[in-house]
Design a protein around this ligand. Sequence first.
Ligand SMILES: C[S@@+](CC[C@H](N)C(=O)[O-])C[C@H]1O[C@@H](n2cnc3c(N)ncnc32)[C@H](O)[C@@H]1O
Length: 292
Amino acid sequence: MSESHSAPTIGELLGAARSQLAAAAFAPEPREARVLLGWVLGLGEAQLFARSDQPVAAGAVARFGELLVRRLAGEPVAYLLGEREFYGRSFAVDRRVLIPRPETEQLIEAALGLELPPAPRILDIGAGCGSIAVTLAREIPRARVVATDISPPALRVLRTNIERHGVGDRVFAVNADLATAVRLERMDLVVSNPPYVDAGEAGELSVEVRDFEPHVALFAPQSGHSILERLLAAAGALRPGIHLLVEIGYGQADWLRSATAAAAGIELVDILRDYGGIPRTAVIRKRLGMAP
Ligand SMILES: C[S@@+](CC[C@H](N)C(=O)[O-])C[C@H]1O[C@@H](n2cnc3c(N)ncnc32)[C@H](O)[C@@H]1O
């Protein structure tokens, strides 16, 4: 019998994989089977559907099986594929960096809605794979972006994405603890999606997040607010009227309101809600008339 007669078809492979995914405790989406098989075969979801009776070669069956085993162990799809889309662009990701989240695109929208000089100097603190820094550089053609991260492995992924998106002359990756070594008074905008999860809440995270994403990207030391507190303190060094846009976690809006009210020289302009209605992006501004 030839291989094509004994080989499983696309439809059979998808059916079996969907059943296995449905039984996983962390509730993967059923369409992930199509995403993974499509990636192995180089086919889109509609093509898979149209070719569901087509047999799949042994090598591709094996590669799909390996991906499925890793997915069933909880590894996120973005790490399996090595990329994730953010604001319409593909970013290289692996276990050295947090997977960019769709809700962080709101921070991009907020930044693009601000009045900025034609060639703004932007600082992205905790840049990870560079989703924010690179996106702002691509969306604001004359922007120059300093992108800091404390994690040298994350910086290597960041540099890959800077190169991938052709912004090496305008995005500068810096190994730093928050904004130390950066002259904040020169910045026209500061953005950050910092770690904001409390280590005590680790048990509430899904296996996919807790066991696979870098803990330095998830957990703030001491408490969930500790990095946010340091960012608010740093914002005091900005020029009057300059904005700090910062992503916050679920349940942190009240804390942020009190913290900004108590902080010298800055004001909370707004907290934007994400698509799920959760307060997510804080718009903070150095008060006018307050010297850095
Ligand atoms: C939540 S991730 C955000 C990554 C990326 N900006 C995004 O939105 O997808 C936080 C990033 O901050 C970095 N980080 C954690 N503590 C830091 C610190 N003290 N100084 C600079 N970067 C830090 C982590 O390595 C991680 O890459």
